[in-house]
Each structure stands twice: as structure tokens, then as C-alpha cells.
Design a protein. Structure first.
Length: 110
């Protein structure tokens, strides 16, 4: 199994091209392989860290816009917002994977 950070990085790259959440979930499943509970939680933890750092960078870039005549801070902020949207798409795909896992294990438990 890949490391959680590598899975998130790869999934973020696939989020740009994926048309649906289900397609992105399939890509994550291909990359990660079989994920146990601890693996899933480490992936979610890695996602939270990446998203928090992206949001912090967005806030910092927003403050830096004041006095920026060339527009660098604004364009950087817009790029970071796209990255944040891709990370949210990855989160939705992770939730889809969790739903699929519950759907397959729930009938077996009953």
C-alpha cells in the first residue's frame, strides 16, 4: 500500500480529470488497493493536514493582496483555491469509498 500522503497527492492530480466522485473513488481504490480501518484513518488524517495547510496559505495570500499591484498574490490565491476544491473532491471520493465499504460489509454482518 502506498503512503497516505502519496495517495492524497495522486488523488488530487486525478481530481482535475475525474468527471464524477465515483470515478475519482475508483482511481483512489486503484492507487491504494485494499484499505483497512487504520489505513483509511491515516489517509483522512493526511487529507486534513493538507487541506488545513492549503486554507492557511489561502488566508495568507488574501492578506498579501493589499498593495500588490502586479496581481501575484491574487493569482496565487486563486490557484490555491483550485487546489482546495480538488482536495474537497478527494474528500468526497473518500466518503464514497467508505459508503461502498459499508455497503459490502453490512449485509455480511447481518
Amino acid at each position: 500500500m502506498e503512503t497516505a500522503a502519496n495517495i492524497i497527492t495522486t488523488a488530487t492530480k486525478h481530481a482535475i480529470k475525474a468527471e464524477t466522485t465515483e470515478a475519482l473513488a475508483d482511481k483512489i481504490a486503484e492507487t491504494a488497493g485494499a484499505i483497512d480501518r487504520d489505513g483509511y484513518l491515516s489517509i483522512v488524517s493526511s487529507w486534513k493536514q493538507g487541506y488545513a495547510s492549503t486554507v492557511a496559505a489561502i488566508r495568507k495570500a488574501k492578506v498579501e493582496r493589499k498593495g500588490d499591484v502586479l496581481g501575484y498574490a491574487q493569482s496565487r490565491r486563486e490557484g490555491l483555491r483550485v487546489e482546495a476544491r480538488n482536495l474537497m473532491a478527494v474528500r468526497m471520493a473518500l466518503k464514497e469509498l467508505a459508503r461502498r465499504h459499508r455497503a459490502t460489509t453490512a449485509p455480511a454482518a447481518a
